[in-house]
Design a protein around this ligand. Structure first.
Ligand code: SPV
Ligand code: MN
Length: 635
């Protein structure tokens, strides 16, 4: 048994921890973990430290303490609680988020939130000093990916927020037993979080000292003076940034992707797809399509296992956007959210006079009063700046365990992950990309589709909404080493993979000249099933300048089969015409973006984007502004 008695933190930890908590810590026999807890207990100075194991007693303790501290309040249905983040803490905060890297790397990081490491560490250590005074710190161990698997990354979180610990319990696999079995020298990620000083509503006071600093050399993240889960929960986007860096050095991939199974009932076949969409662009809705099965909705690890492209969902739950979740568009989530007995945290919604949660786009009559993130709410309320306060924030969320969903794929916990056959990249544009297009091969899929992904900004990130920004692989907010190297890692990943997945680009947001969406929300199911048929070589396609699009008859058959719905040929022509001008503009924006943000990007990639512009300019001479489906040929 490891001896901790000579460790310099032993007296401090014995003083701050109950004998039971202390025993749970030392029984793991992990010096690095012991030192981590000791070091940040000394620095942050909580009144006491509670060590969790994987027991349901500890999970219940966290839940009850969160209620007692007022971080969550009970709602009408059993198991349902509500949590509010502070008024200016309702989304990820890129302004306060930095990847700490060596000085010589900073110029190569372009747009990637980089800061010189020593300077960043000194700044955040100052903020952390004594920050947990008067509070209890919780130490909770979890695992990214299934435990005891080739994908596992064990993680240790120390936080003074019970809401954060509770969220982690819903969203990740418990990891205490994993730590016990893994051996003392295995790497793990570490997270220190403090909500800092709180006001009478339990919200952060010192937002000016909000920092989310991830140390890319030491795989540790410090998050201060915030509560919104995208800023506070270590295992979510912080661990993702660390994993992206680690995967870059080890040659695997961590992507901002769902993992799901398309069910072909006729063929009695299950085909796994992963998909990257920037925040609030339909990622969860795609993963949750009725009739299909979900494995995960936000973060995937990819590994080459014996020449196979395998994926796991890093998480075990969903932290999903609740806006527009209603009985007709997202029936499965809607039903799950209304089920009593499920442990669900609703954040930044309205709690009505009946103590039930309400949100925007819910599809039911909503009350005229209640409590939301702005305090007592009434229709027409404005904030200090005169900005209207909606009934619930547009980035209001729900947090629940995946296991509650009746459409969960039984393979979601498989230690070797699932075999992936298709990758989807989806953006949000009203006038450029067709609803679905298959790339000619992996590399051009990465360079022409993944790297040119763009999206209008949404409320998931604090700042102006509705601005078109490049979103390479829908991952820009999380890429943590130079973008050129990251693109190369994506291209190279399949080098020794047999049966490389096909790449698809989708766009659910095409509009007509009056601004109306051209298809209904569930049409995405048809695009997915077309991709499924393509993966199995069961339908043909028309060539386009950038890949392959569906033939009318195949989509007509799918609309009829899936929805018993007509699919007019005229609509097909409108949806699938190749729009040359916006694509020229898109590639030109890509060239500008990578010139400014990816100083390490190889010339070869620029040549691909630039030659695409030249090719399209020449095609415009030949075809005019649009290329009708079936008309284009490569020669
Ligand atoms: C996203 O915005 O991509 C999310 C929510 O998944 S957050 O945890 O805030 O990142
Ligand atoms: Mn996400």
């Amino acid at each position: 048994m490891a001896n901790f008695e000579n460790n310099r933190f032993a007296p401090l930890l014995r003083d701050k921890m109950s004998p039971k908590s202390y025993r749970k810590l030392i029984e793991l026999e992990n010096q690095r973990l012991f030192n981590f807890v000791g070091e940040y207990t000394e620095l942050c100075d909580p009144d006491s430290v509670y060590m969790c194991d994987d027991s349901s007693e500890d999970a219940e303790y966290i839940r009850q303490e969160s209620l007692r501290a007022g971080e969550e309040k009970p709602l009408a249905k059993e198991g349902h609680t509500i949590h509010f983040d502070g008024y200016d803490d309702q989304g990820r905060a890129p302004g306060a988020t930095k990847n700490l890297v060596a000085a010589e790397l900073v110029p190569l990081m372009g747009a990637l939130l980089a800061k010189e490491r020593q300077e960043g560490l000194a700044e955040v250590m100052q903020i952390l000093k004594g920050i947990m005074k008067g509070k209890q710190a919780i130490v909770k161990l979890s695992c990214e990916g299934p435990t005891r698997s080739p994908f596992s990354i064990p993680c240790a979180q120390m936080t003074d927020s019970f809401y954060v610990a509770h969220s982690e319990d819903l969203l990740y696999r418990r990891g205490y037993e994993h730590f016990r079995l893994m051996g003392p020298r295995e790497r793990f990620f570490r997270f220190v979080h403090s909500a800092g000083r709180l006001d009478e509503n339990g919200n952060c006071v010192d937002l000016d000292k909000r920092r989310i600093y991830q140390d890319m050399d030491d795989y540790i993240v410090f998050s201060t003076n915030n509560q919104y889960a995208g800023n506070s929960v270590g295992l979510k986007k912080h661990a993702m940034r660390l994993a992206i860096k680690l995967s870059g050095t080890e040659g695997w991939l961590c992507e901002h992707m769902f993992v799901m199974s398309v069910q072909n009932e006729k063929m009695e076949r299950t085909t796994r797809f992963c998909g990257a969409f920037p925040s609030a662009c339909g990622k969860t809705a795609t993963a949750m399509l009725p009739g299909e099965k979900i494995i995960g909705d936000d973060i995937a690890y990819f590994r080459n296992l014996n020449g196979e492209f395998r994926a796991v969902n890093v998480e075990n739950g969903i932290f999903g956007i609740i806006k527009d979740v209603n009985a007709s568009d997202d029936p499965l989530i809607f039903k799950t959210l209304a089920t009593p007995g499920h442990e669900i945290i609703f954040s930044n919604v309205l709690s009505g006079p009946d103590n039930e949660p309400y949100w925007q786009g819910m599809g039911v009559d909503t009350p005229e009063s209640g409590r939301n993130y702005s305090g007592q709410w009434f229709p027409g309320k404005t904030d200090d700046q005169g900005k209207p306060v909606p009934l619930a924030h547009s980035n209001a969320r729900y947090t629940l365990r995946l296991g509650y969903l009746e459409n969960i794929d039984p393979a979601h916990n498989d230690k070797n992950g699932v075999l992936v056959q298709g990758i989807i990249y989806g953006g949000r544009d009203s006038d450029t990309s067709v609803p679905v297009e298959e790339s000619t091969d992996w590399k051009s899929g990465i360079l022409l589709k993944a790297c040119t992904l763009e999206s209008e900004t949404t409320s998931a990130v604090i700042g102006q909404e509705g601005v078109l920004v490049p979103q390479p692989m829908a991952n820009l907010d999380f890429i943590s080493y130079p973008i050129g190297a990251y693109i190369t890692n994506n291209i190279r990943f399949v080098e020794s993979i047999r049966n490389v997945p096909r790449i698809y680009a989708v766009n659910y947001f095409l509009r007509d000249s009056k601004g109306n969406f051209l298809t209904h929300k569930l049409a995405k199911k048809v695009w997915l099933h077309w991709a499924e048929l393509r993966v199995h070589d069961e339908v043909g396609a028309y060539r386009t300048p950038l890949g392959f699009i569906p033939k009318y008859q195949d989509l007509k058959a799918l609309f009829s089969q899936i929805f018993d719905e007509d699919f007019p040929e005229e609509l097909y022509r409108e949806l699938f015409k190749f729009r040359i001008d916006p694509w020229i503009a898109k590639f030109s924006r890509a060239v500008r973006f990578y010139t400014h943000t990816a100083p390490d990007c190889p010339k070869e990639y620029f040549d691909v984007w630039k030659s695409s512009v030249h090719k399209l300019v020449a095609l415009k001479e030949r075809y005019g502004r649009y290329i009708e489906p079936g008309v284009y040929s490569e020669t």
